[in-house]
Design a protein. Sequence first.
Length: 378
Amino acid sequence: MTTHRFMGGMVATAAGVLAGAEIVVEGDRITAIRPLSDTVGAFDLAGGWVLPGFIDTQVNGGGGVLFNDDTSVDGIAAIGAAHARFGTTAFLPTLISDTPDRIAVALDAVDAAIAAGVPGVVGVHIEGPVLNPARKGTHDPAMFRALDDELLPILTRRRRGRVMVTLAPEMASPDGIAALLAAGVIVSIGHSEADYETALAAFTQGVTGITHLFNAMPPLVQRQPGLAGAALDDPRPWCGLIVDDVHVARPVLRVAMRCRPFDRMMLVTDAMPSVGNGDGDFMLQGRRIHVENGRCSHADGTLAGSDLDMASAVRNSVAVFDIPPDRAAMLAAAHPAAFLGLGNERGRLASGLRADWVVLDAGLQPIATHIARQHLPA
């Protein structure tokens, strides 16, 4: 049993924010959180925060590694280590549209990573290849295909962690989507031209996510609300937001936050290999991606994921939405945990949950990340 003591700052627990606290851990679980009775041996936060560990459902890469290029246990571990420096304690390695064979390899690799105990891996996100070419974004349309008898068995095979699939519902049959849902796959809509009615039908069927709201979908128009309008109007799905001052303008982010239930909004990074890798230009399916001023883009200007880490997303959210850090942390921890069906394990600082947290300084820059039994400096 180990006791971690914090003074001089705020600790965001499930029961409320404490001005200093001690967190008692046994194994990989929190057994108690209580106010400090004294400050002996306590770490001085100097105005900083202890927040629940962040959970990122869309991580294409990090630390110089792109998941599409390195679908190995070591590659996944390198991506996780890069993001752990920024407070991410759970993540889904995300495969951008690829062939069925590569998708199968990626799914098997994540199974192996979980079995090997790679810190933070809780499943996998397969983004594509059942997408609409009209909203391809950075995906290679040559990889796009139907949700057919070759792809479905790969996606629906029982796995060790969560399996999330982003698809365009107008490109898939209701029966195909039903097969994914029946197998426990978390289905999210993205890279789609779905109209309002198609989106609502998908939500009613059991689709629970919107992948990077506003990006790779038509804009809201007064007589054509489309997917974006359905996401703003319907409270059921969880919506991912990339809060990096590149993908979505701040006023639009604020409109979305006012329209939707707060607990159905979550932060994602859509991170590329540049995160945790300095300047980090990289190759994506044969095309060079330039990284500059937090923007990842092709030569033609098309955005190609992001250079965003989760600590920056939380810090940006405090400024964009004018909310305190503990509220911003809900967007990065409790809400994605609920979306993944892991709310009884992760996403909050509470007795019985995993001992995952991040320590931030007064400027909300990461100092250290604690993942179960591992304490990692930023």
